[in-house]
Design a protein around this ligand. Structure first.
Ligand SMILES: *[C@@H]1O[C@H](CO)[C@@H](O)[C@H](O)[C@H]1NC(C)=O
Ligand SMILES: *[C@@H]1O[C@H](CO)[C@@H](O)[C@H](O)[C@H]1NC(C)=O
Ligand SMILES: *[C@@H]1O[C@H](CO)[C@@H](O)[C@H](O)[C@H]1NC(C)=O
Length: 616
């Protein structure tokens, strides 16, 4: 009935958009994983039933423009591949238009387009639908990729192919095997895997990153980088990316990621290319792509690198194609996801799933954490998620990798472990210690005593293994890594910083006995210090002092800088090694202070602004 209803249209659109956002907005706290990481929560896998797996469909998205010879080679190779009767394989061809400002050679351009369209029209495709999308304007590679797909179900996959690629006849067989093993097999499924690339792994985008040490790797592995020469996309992460892109693009945020070659591409090519956006998204989510190293660096998808947007002049094929006659060719073993090696944008190995629940776990995990026989135990009690993420970016910047976090069993803690940061689940660990050592903890001050006791146990385990241990609080930022140089003293304490160092020394072994730990556990009522000054460092300093052992006090005034509610606009005083604050200080103040000092190094997605590679 007329005009008034029109008002509802924008409203409905808005509502629909909000629902989509709700459905796909990132919820880092509820990310489930393939590993039974958190015993307190049941991992909800999105992998669907076996019946769905037998009916999934694949759509090949061919992106083309004006290279008829390339396109002919590409489509011919696709038509010669082996498909499977269970799975429809659709072919969508996106033909970009020539730019409208072309004033010269218009007739030639029109002829070229006509040539492409005639060829595409005549091309037979019998494995599914053939759809041709002929553009009216030149949209460029970014829109060609981004608009190529909006999945309509979770059983629909896209394989994106630029026209200068050539595919092996075996490519679909392999994609099918990957999809069945890493999408539909629930025990190998992870929401952190966004797809698979069929190109030869060859490139590390982090500046000063490692060479691809592929002699160490064989068969399948996980790597964060997208491989644009034959990329299989899984539906959910792709939708998530599209919504993330909309959100950032609309707010004028740029996909800058310092230290990455892709940021240079973006500065040069801007919105003509899409990969800097995708790379930034993958970095912020910590997602991975499946790659395969085939013998002799052959691959199932080869780029001829013909002259075009990516190459000024033709560069020639990137590697050799695996064909049916490749002698002895067998697909590599589809190893279980949990045993696959994982690499970040520096091609640094990411060791996921290191979680300590018991004393035993600690004995097996600490050796993988230590560097030069030193371990950095970082307390996350009372430390917010954002502050922890900021701290991690500083560790990356400072090339500090020998840390292990200890904190309550939250989803975030398990997410950290999944992302390659070793953790101690304080709740699980405490249960193990209590039952094992029949410890009774005094109820008053219980929370604090537990925290202190756990740290004391980790120090003890470190001593048994011959390590020096630094115990530090997560409410702190390290300005440089000099503080972790060996301070020479057996014990070294900063009581208001809550920093304590125990050197692997005869005197430490003498004090750090089981009796000592029982003393800690029984201490409840005896801690009469004002509560805001009671922490691990102050209690240890006191106990060690009572034994008549000398320890060195850090000169905290010159060592660190404490920020508080007052005096915003602080500049970092030179020569300070750490910046710290009280647990109670509110998030906004922490962020503002650290921003003033250029120590706030995460972006609005709480991910590091930079990738910092250290050649190893
Ligand atoms: C080309 O397209 C742009 C944007 O749509 C428009 O502003 C411009 O006038 C067009 N140029 C020609 C020659 O048609
Ligand atoms: C699923 O993956 C697991 C782990 O790799 C493997 O043991 C199992 O055989 C796979 N199941 C099927 C049906 O392939
Ligand atoms: C981050 O978010 C804040 C507040 O929402 C906004 O003021 C700021 O401009 C954003 N920063 C960037 C780089 O978008």
């Amino acid at each position: 009935m007329g005009p008034p209803k029109k008002h509802f249209v924008p409203f409905l659109l808005l509502l629909a958009f909000c629902i989509l956002l709700l459905l796909y907005s990132p919820r880092p706290n509820s990310i489930s994983t393939q590993f039974p990481l958190n015993p307190h929560s049941i991992a909800t896998s999105t992998a669907t039933s076996a019946s769905a797996s037998s009916t999934f469909s694949l759509t090949i998205k061919v992106l083309t423009f004006n290279r008829l010879n390339s396109l002919t080679r590409c489509l011919t190779s696709l038509s010669k591949a082996h498909y499977h009767p269970d799975h429809p394989v659709h072919l969508h061809i996106f033909v970009d238009h020539f730019p409208n400002q072309t004033q010269s050679n218009i007739d030639l351009k029109l002829q070229e387009s006509l040539g492409i369209l005639r060829f595409v029209d005549g091309f037979q495709w019998k494995w599914g639908q053939k759809v041709v999308h002929y553009r009216t304007t030149n949209v460029g590679l970014q829109a060609q990729w981004l608009e190529a797909w909006w999945p309509t179900s979770d059983d629909e996959f896209a394989f994106v192919v630029e026209d200068d690629l050539e595919l092996s006849p075996l490519f679909f067989k392999y994609l099918r095997a990957l999809i069945l093993n890493y999408y539909y097999n629930a025990s190998n499924f992870s929401p952190f895997v966004y797809g698979a690339s069929l190109q030869r792994p060859r490139f590390v985008p982090g500046k000063h990153g490692n060479k691809m040490l592929l002699e160490k790797t064989s068969g399948l592995f996980l790597y964060q980088l997208v491989g644009t020469w034959g990329q299989l996309l899984f539906p959910k992460p792709w939708k998530e990316f599209r919504l993330w892109y909309d959100d950032h693009r609309a707010k004028g945020i740029k996909p800058f990621l310092d230290g990455m070659i892709s940021t240079g591409w973006y500065k040069k090519m801007g919105e003509r290319i899409w990969s800097p956006w995708f790379i930034k998204f993958i970095h912020s989510r910590g997602y991975f792509n499946i790659y395969t190293k085939f013998p002799d660096e052959k691959s199932l998808s080869v780029s001829h690198r013909d002259a075009g947007v990516n190459y000024g002049k033709t560069a020639g094929p990137d590697s050799q194609l695996l064909d049916e006659n490749s002698l002895d060719f067998d697909f590599p073993e589809m190893k279980s996801l949990s045993t696959m090696k994982k690499y970040d944008f520096c091609f640094r190995e990411v060791v996921a799933g290191r979680i300590v629940w018991s004393l035993n776990d600690l004995g097996s995990i600490l050796p993988s954490v230590q560097k030069k026989e030193a371990v950095l135990l970082v307390s996350l009690f009372g430390v917010s998620e954002t502050v922890t993420r900021n701290l991690l970016c500083h560790f990356e910047r400072l090339n500090i990798w020998n840390y292990i976090f200890i904190g309550p069993a939250t989803d975030f803690l398990f997410h950290l472990a999944q992302s390659g940061h070793p953790v101690i689940d304080a709740d699980g660990f405490l249960e193990d210690i209590k039952s094992f050592k029949s410890l009774r903890i005094q109820e008053s001050n219980a929370r604090l005593i537990k925290e202190i006791l756990l740290k004391a146990y980790v120090v003890k385990k470190g001593l048994e293994l011959g390590y020096n241990t630094w115990v530090v609080d997560g409410n702190m930022v390290f300005v440089d890594n000099e503080i972790f140089l060996d301070p020479m003293d057996n014990f070294y304490a900063g009581e208001s910083l809550d920093l304590f160092y125990v050197k692997n020394s005869p005197s430490a072994h003498k004090i750090w006995t089981h009796d000592f730990l029982h003393d800690v556990a029984a201490m409840g009522d005896k801690i009469a210090l004002p509560s805001d000054t009671v922490n691990f460092a102050s209690v240890m300093a006191k106990l060690v002092g009572q034994k008549g052992i000398r320890f060195k006090r850090i000169d905290e005034k010159s060592f660190g800088m404490k920020i508080g509610n007052q005096n915003l606009n602080q500049a970092l005083e030179t020569n300070k090694k750490v910046v710290y604050w009280f647990r109670e200080l509110d998030m906004n103040s922490i962020q503002k202070h650290l921003q003033e000092m250029n120590l706030w190094v995460i972006d609005n997605d709480s991910s590091c602004r930079a990738v910092v590679c250290h050649n190893s």
